[in-house]
Design a protein around this ligand. Structure first.
Ligand SMILES: Cc1cc2nc3c(=O)[nH]c(=O)nc-3n(C[C@H](O)[C@H](O)[C@H](O)COP(=O)(O)OP(=O)(O)OC[C@H]3O[C@@H](n4cnc5c(N)ncnc54)[C@H](O)[C@@H]3O)c2cc1C
Length: 385
């Protein structure tokens, strides 16, 4: 008889790994399934910079900055060897952007100082504009942190093809693997979907999760760079002789493709405006998909039973607002976009609070927010209107 878990998490990226960690902290028996293993999706490609968001304020900036504080404190307390607190310099792109930095300054909620051009020069940075330096920011070792979060948690490599709910239990059917006669199935009281850009297991169109392809390159270098920096792209501090350059945003890539050296070399070209890249030698290329939601906020919540809602309340497509019906014990943690290592820990905690204590997630990330608007506006439902 197969064992029954409290929760099965599908996806072992930073969203799934953080969710698993906080569920385990609450004493739950957790299984994590991933088709290719830990941090094999977008999370494995990430340069994993962890820094605040700058701008003129607003809900996304304050949420990001709350998540930043939570994440760096969490990494420093529990996994200090995976978090390199190099500090991150935020550099204006051009003269016009430099003027905007004056407007951004009052909204810098995290500890920072202003760096004049001479100070930038002293740190090997060529940029000609006053910049912000966030001393608590840094970068994670992305696969390492996912592995550490999942220590002592059951993780299996299996592709989940189908999930179904029967007699109060979810059953995950995994694909048949070569050499195995039968496909595996796993049972749990609840399921968390943390599948990144792929959302084929349920009708989650209302969340509008889409992938943006990106490439990062690791370069061997002697440059004595002590701080990381971000302008239109990020350049890490020199960590054990390696500088990470990331990342490209490649539009129109729908499915993963092999990583392209050309993309990594284009990063080196762009980095040359910031630092001396002449002796940098490409040693490894990473690429992957960032999964973002329609409104760029993360998605944490229960999954709405879309089919039942549309059947029971057809007027919903014309603006009716009935109570929402959810699929029993099915949850999501996704939409971390280009900041998975900033949002991951706080979203994983909110997810665990929801699953175990039925504590509703913060309204800014609650995935319900997108449903009624999708019903009213989505062209996919035009024929019902
Ligand atoms: C080039 C690049 C650079 C980046 N740099 C940064 C950065 O500096 N800082 C930062 O914070 N973030 C960065 N990101 C973003 C970060 O990587 C993402 O936010 C993060 O990957 C989101 O994690 P996730 O767990 O939601 O998705 P993923 O990491 O994509 O994980 C989803 C997992 O689900 C698995 N899966 C999907 N379907 C199934 C199924 N049916 N059965 C079993 N398993 C399944 C996949 O195999 C995958 O491992 C970067 C991303 C890229 C691509």
């Amino acid at each position: 008889m197969a064992s029954i878990y409290d929760t099965i998490i599908i996806g072992a990226g930073i969203a799934g790994a953080s969710s698993a960690y906080f569920l385990k902290q609450k004493g739950k028996k957790v299984l994590v399934l991933d088709k290719q293993g830990i941090a094999s999706g977008g999370s494995g490609a990430a340069g994993a910079f962890v820094s605040p968001k700058i701008g003129k304020g607003g809900p996304l900036q304050s949420l990001t900055n709350e998540a930043f504080v939570f994440a760096k404190d969490f990494y420093l307390e529990h996994f200090p060897h995976c978090y390199h607190r190099s500090g991150v310099v935020r550099i204006p792109k051009d003269e016009a952007d430099a003027k905007k930095f004056a407007l951004y300054a009052p909204h810098n909620e995290n500890s920072y100082s202003k760096w004049e051009v001479e100070k930038l020069r002293a740190h090997q940075i060529k940029a000609p504009f006053e910049s912000f330096f966030f001393d608590e920011a840094g970068a994670c070792d992305a696969p390492e942190i996912c592995k550490e979060l999942l220590e002592d948690i059951d993780v299996r490599i299996d592709t989940v093809e189908k999930i179904s709910y029967r007699d109060g239990l979810w059953v995950c059917m995994a694909a048949k693997q070569s050499g195995k006669e039968r496909s595996s199935h796993y049972q749990a009281k609840s399921i968390v979907l943390a599948t990144g850009y792929e959302n084929r297991l349920f009708d989650m169109r209302y969340m509008g999760v889409k992938g943006t392809w990106g490439t990062r390159g690791d370069f061997r270098s002697q440059l004595p760079m002590k701080v990381s920096m971000h302008q239109s792209m990020s350049v890490s501090a020199n960590i054990n002789g390696i500088i990470r350059l990331g990342a490209t945003h490649e539009k129109g890539v729908k499915e993963p493709t092999p990583c392209e050296e050309q993309q990594a070399l284009s990063l080196k070209y762009h980095a040359s405006a910031l630092v001396d890249t002449s002796e940098m030698e490409l040693v490894k290329i990473f690429c992957g998909m960032r999964a973002g939601s329609k409104d760029y906020f993360p998605l944490v919540g229960k999954v709405i039973d879309v089919a039942t809602m549309l059947k029971r309340y057809p007027a919903i497509v014309r603006g009716a607002k009935p109570d929402l019906k959810y699929l029993d014990n099915l949850y999501i943690c996704n939409g971390l976009g280009g900041r998975g290592f900033v949002f991951g820990p706080l979203m994983g905690k909110m997810l665990a609070d929801l699953v175990v204590d039925q504590k509703e997630p913060d309204l800014r990330v609650n995935s319900d927010r997108l449903f009624l608007k999708w019903c009213r506006k989505s062209p996919e439902l035009d024929d019902m209107r």
